[in-house]
Design a protein around this ligand. Structure first.
Ligand SMILES: [Zn+2]
Length: 394
């Protein structure tokens, strides 16, 4: 089985086409274009290549597109044919303050500039090129290849959430810009709202009022102590220690009044082994510690949004398969490691589809200047193609 022939010119044209179609997430930036137009482009490409194409309408112009390359269903050496999912998000962050033309892709040497070039239209282009190359080489896969092009990764991931409910696969690769590293571990996070209650009173009557803002300070001090002590002592070899920090604070009505309420919103980043229940219990412990130190302290907490951390063991078939593919294409050993940020991989893994990240690289995701490293886009497409043929059986 020779190497799958990836067409660099076609791949570059695909990437430029994708950058030219604005797909700013409208939940992030009011008035953003959403995924409808870029989804239509992807849909046409997949249909032309003979894939079974499906569109999931998520409402308000938010769309997932799925292409299925049906396998022959023939058993391979490893037993029953295996289904592989490739996943990439169609949305981008906004373009305010950008120092480059966001939608007119400029190619300078190895760099392709544009909003979303790196995060993650380069990954989408590599996914499409894998299909082009498989079709061109008349490769007949044994198991199914499912390509999911999803909405809303940059906000609350309604796209991959729907995919996880509606599709099954033996493994998945999310083709984010990992710089050709295989990422099998990442952190999760929880958002917690803490409402601290005081007692309103005229500013001249200190005996009658309880200052909710000052009381919130009790909680903040406990939180910081907890992070520097307990959390810093916990560690995961690939992603380090968990953390907690205050993100937003709100309280008070006017200068001459004791504030009766102060709201602190907190973010807790979690590592594998930590759960939602653990985090909620920790916050309660912090509230109790603040109340012990100050009998007037009154507060409650609500953990209102949670995304779990993710860890796929290195001996899982999908990790082994990507490592092998990388070695076949580059002749080198791949880097395997962890990442701080949360990704859609966690939603797939939770749904029983072991998911890792692997994709091209670049610079400036969410920043004023963004570019994709084109050599890495080509290598990513080759490695992904190899991984597909190996995992699904060709
Ligand atoms: Zn991304």
């Amino acid at each position: 089985m020779g190497e799958l022939r990836v067409d660099g010119h076609r791949l570059l044209e695909t990437l430029r086409d994708l950058i030219r179609i604005p797909s700013v997430n409208p939940s992030l930036v009011p008035g953003g274009e959403g995924e409808a137009a870029i989804a239509e482009y992807v849909e046409k490409r997949l249909a032309r290549l003979g894939l079974r194409v499906e569109r999931q309408d998520l409402g308000a112009g938010r769309v997932n597109v799925i292409g299925v390359m049906q396998g022959a269903g023939v058993k391979t050496g490893s037993g029953r044919p295996r289904t592989l999912m490739l996943n990439g998000h169609l949305d981008t962050v906004g373009v305010a303050g950008m120092e480059i033309d966001p939608y007119n892709p400029r190619v300078d040497g190895n760099r392709v500039y544009g909003r979303g070039s790196s995060d993650m239209k380069a990954g989408l282009a590599a996914m499409l090129e894998v299909v082009e190359a498989l079709v061109e080489s008349r490769t007949r896969l044994s198991g199914d290849l499912i390509l999911t092009f999803v909405a809303d990764e940059e906000y609350t991931s309604i796209g991959t959430e729907r995919i996880a409910q509606t599709f099954k696969a033996d493994a998945a690769i999310v083709c984010e810009f990992t710089g050709l590293e295989i990422v099998n571990v990442h952190k999760g996070f929880a958002w917690i709202r803490v409402d601290v209650r005081g007692k309103a009173a005229h500013g001249s009557m200190p005996d009658a009022g309880v200052d909710a803002i000052a009381k919130a300070g009790r909680f903040l001090v406990e939180m910081e102590r907890y992070e520097k002590g307990v959390l810093a002592a916990r560690s995961h070899p690939a992603v380090g220690s968990p953390s907690i920090h205050a993100s937003l604070i709100q309280g008070g009505t006017e200068l001459s009044t004791y504030p009766d309420h102060c709201r602190v919103e907190v973010e807790r980043r979690t590592i594998p082994g930590e759960s939602r229940e653990m985090v909620a219990a920790e916050v309660d412990t912090l509230l109790r510690a603040a109340a012990e130190a100050d009998p007037q302290f009154r507060a409650d907490a609500d953990l209102f949004f949670y995304r779990s951390p993710m860890e796929v063991p290195p001996d899982q078939p999908i990790v082994r398969c990507l490592e092998r593919a990388y070695q076949v294409v580059t002749g080198e050993r791949p880097a395997l490691g962890g990442m701080g940020g949360w990704c859609d991989t966690a939603l797939l893994s939770e749904a029983g589809i072991p998911a890792v990240l692997f994709g091209p690289g670049g610079f400036g995701a969410h920043a004023a200047v963004e570019w994709a490293d084109f050599d890495k886009v080509v290598t990513a497409a080759k490695v992904l193609g190899e991984a597909v043929r190996d995992f699904c059986g060709a």
